[in-house]
Design a binder for this molecule. Structure first.
Ligand code: SF4
Ligand code: SF4
Length: 379
């Protein structure tokens, strides 16, 4: 299937999302990007004809932008790749802060321009902040100066707000949406309805979270069996191909964490084919199974972690609870201990609400931590 938006994104519909890069633990306990492995991933990705890379200032506490420089931009000519970076609301307080931030991003990534610059993670909570700081106009100015080629935004809210933003800002060229088969009809995420608004406004969609933060790659056994019976590929392959099957999607971002994961992605996106009728039916059966599971829909984006005054590793604690519910994991208590060693426990939450303001999944984190504490801190 041809990419209708090849002139914008390149012919292949798979992008390297650099928010979940492979990491190494140093002797002092700090985490650094596994640069050797990322270099090999970048090489293989480009060799196979893929060219789109996505980062943001906050990814991996700034280490993602530096990995872009070390593994991509310092090693390849500028016309070999398309690079997207983002303007994140928590990194600027006033209009005057935006340009220095942007320039620091160019420097960190080692480039003179970004192909795409996206206003990051727009929601009803932060849209006013972007407007009050004139962020849409500043982005257009950067474009006029040649330091940005295309301006868009990523979005995590309801279709009514999306329609409003696209009406108020017709200059926007692309929209990045959370879009996957589990969220397609989900009343909280509303992937389908948001996609349809983009279609209505003629905006190409960049897909984020096609595998729902890895949750559609690691399915509960009953759901995994449905896909395995198709004998066609990995669980992740159906999720990525689902998103790519829509004509209005021009780029599917996969947050790849290892060379092995990348090779799997490349194997079915090299010569991509849309889902067949039988595959769509299987995916819908998987949705039915997943909806029966009472688990937390955290995608491990980690936006909530940096601002927590009690240093609670929120997504990791939720992962323990999910593992306990889904798989009756015998060792989820052990991992709960690991993830609270040197960090806050679920019961340490002081309910300040910072995390909920930035959670793109709109999760009631404070309530969920009460539930998590009840399960793991009984003794
Ligand atoms: S509400 Fe709790 S978990 Fe969230 S940021 Fe505040 S202390 Fe941390
Ligand atoms: S709780 Fe929300 S913000 Fe935090 S990692 Fe999960 S999805 Fe992301």
């Amino acid at each position: 299937m041809e990419n209708k938006f090849a002139s914008l994104f390149g012919a292949k519909k798979l992008g390297f999302g650099m928010m979940r890069l492979p990491m190494l633990k140093k002797d002092d306990g700090t985490q650094v990007v596994d640069t050797d492995q990322v270099c090999r991933m970048v090489d293989e990705f480009l060799d196979r004809g893929f060219c789109y890379f996505d980062t943001a200032h906050g990814y991996l506490d700034g280490k993602s932008e530096l990995a872009v420089r070390d593994c991509l931009t310092s090693r390849y000519p500028r016309d070999r790749y398309i690079l997207t970076d983002k303007l994140t609301s928590s990194f600027f307080k006033t209009e005057a802060d935006i340009r220095p931030l942007f320039e620091s991003q160019l420097k960190a990534c080692g480039v003179a321009y970004f192909d795409f610059y996206l206003l990051h993670s727009l929601t009803a909570d932060n849209y006013n902040h972007y407007c009050e700081c004139n962020a849409f106009a500043v982005a257009q100015q950067l474009k006029a100066e040649g330091m940005v080629h295309h301006v868009g935004f990523s979005f995590h809210d309801k279709p009514e707000l999306l329609r409003r933003i696209l009406t108020e800002h017709p200059e926007i060229e692309v929209v990045q949406l959370q879009f996957n088969y589990a969220d397609y009809e989900d009343p909280g995420i509303q992937s389908r309805a948001n996609y349809e608004v983009c279609q209505e406004f003629g905006k190409p969609v960049i897909v984020m979270e096609p595998v729902k933060g890895g949750r559609l790659a690691n399915l509960v056994p009953e759901a995994a069996e449905v896909l395995a019976n198709l004998h066609g590929g990995s669980a992740a392959s159906y999720a990525v191909r689902f998103a790519a099957s829509y004509e209005g999607t021009g780029m599917i971002l996969s947050g790849m964490s290892s060379l092995e994961q990348m090779r799997d992605n490349l194997s079915y996106m090299q010569a991509f084919t849309p889902l067949t009728g039988a595959e769509r039916a299987a995916v819908s059966q998987v949705c039915t199974i997943l909806h029966r599971q009472d688990t937390i829909a955290c995608t491990n984006c980690r936006y909530c972690v940096a601002g927590c005054p009690k240093q609670i590793l929120i997504p990791d604690l939720f992962a323990c609870l999910n593992a306990k519910k889904q798989y009756k994991d015998w060792n989820s208590e052990f991992y709960y201990e690991v993830n609270t060693n040197g960090h806050g426990k679920a019961s340490d939450c002081v309910k300040c609400g910072q995390c909920e303001h930035v959670c793109p999944q709109h999760l009631p984190i404070r309530d969920l931590l009460v539930e998590t504490a009840a399960v793991f801190e009984k003794a």
